[in-house]
Design a protein around this ligand. Structure first.
Ligand code: E4P
Length: 216
């Protein structure tokens, strides 16, 4: 399973990419607004660091506006993936942008039919938002399983990008279900690195080694 960072923050991206486990980035209007400044320059920098798919979202709500913005975003860098919301207009825009060879991530997916429709119009990625469903007492990972089942039935090439991830168990469940990608806030990736038994084990190994007094 590919791991993306769900962030527009350069510091977070620069600290995680060198580890070699990061395959791409997702941003959204909220994440880029948090960073401020020139969002195009920021996206260009992010693409240069990760050198992998980097989602940048349109903010127009009509199909023509989304198509215009999508084409402009795609010009920023070859790694840009145009993100459009799942609406009727978004589906129309996805169809056009995909037919032009641009990769489209259809976002704000909260039902299996939305994922199916997005796949039918050539979305490269669908983004089910698991955390936001969990927030309203509906199983986010249940939705991912439904999409996995549907996509397997019809051999869609659309990748399932698990989004709105809140904790490492979402990563585990996504991987067990065979989702293609899990996009995680940097803090969740940091959490997934930690295990107290690893820390205790390492401390003990180093202490024992020191006690033996070997010459280096
Ligand atoms: C995905 O592409 C979105 O940017 C993101 O995962 C939304 O997550 P949130 O529900 O934590 O805002």
């Amino acid at each position: 399973m590919k791991i993306f960072i769900d962030s527009g923050n350069l510091k977070e991206i620069e600290s995680l990419v060198p580890l070699g486990i990061i395959d791409g980035i997702t941003t959204n209007p909220t994440l880029l607004a948090k960073e401020g400044g020139d969002y195009r320059a920021l996206l260009k920098q992010i693409c240069g660091i990760v050198k992998g798919p980097t989602s940048a979202e349109v903010v127009a709500t009509d199909a023509d506006g989304m198509i215009r913005q999508g084409r402009e975003l795609a010009k920023i860098d070859e790694h840009i993936v145009v993100k459009v919301p799942f609406t009727r207009e978004g589906v129309r825009a996805c169809r056009t942008l995909a037919s032009e060879g641009l990769r489209v991530n259809v976002t704000l997916i909260f039902s299996p039919t939305q994922a199916l429709f997005a796949a039918k119009v050539g979305a490269a990625y669908v983004s089910p938002f698991v955390g936001r469903l969990d927030d309203i007492a509906t199983s986010g990972m249940g939705l991912v399983q439904e999409i996995v089942d549907i996509f397997e039935n019809y051999q869609f090439s659309t990748e399932i990008l698990v989004a709105s991830v809140r904790h490492p168990m979402h990563i585990v469940e996504a991987a067990r279900m065979g989702a293609d990608i899990c996009t995680c806030p940097a803090a969740v990736i940091e959490q997934a690195f930690k295990h107290p038994l690893t820390d205790i084990g390492l401390e003990r190994f180093l202490k024992d080694w020191d006690k033996a007094g070997f010459k280096q």
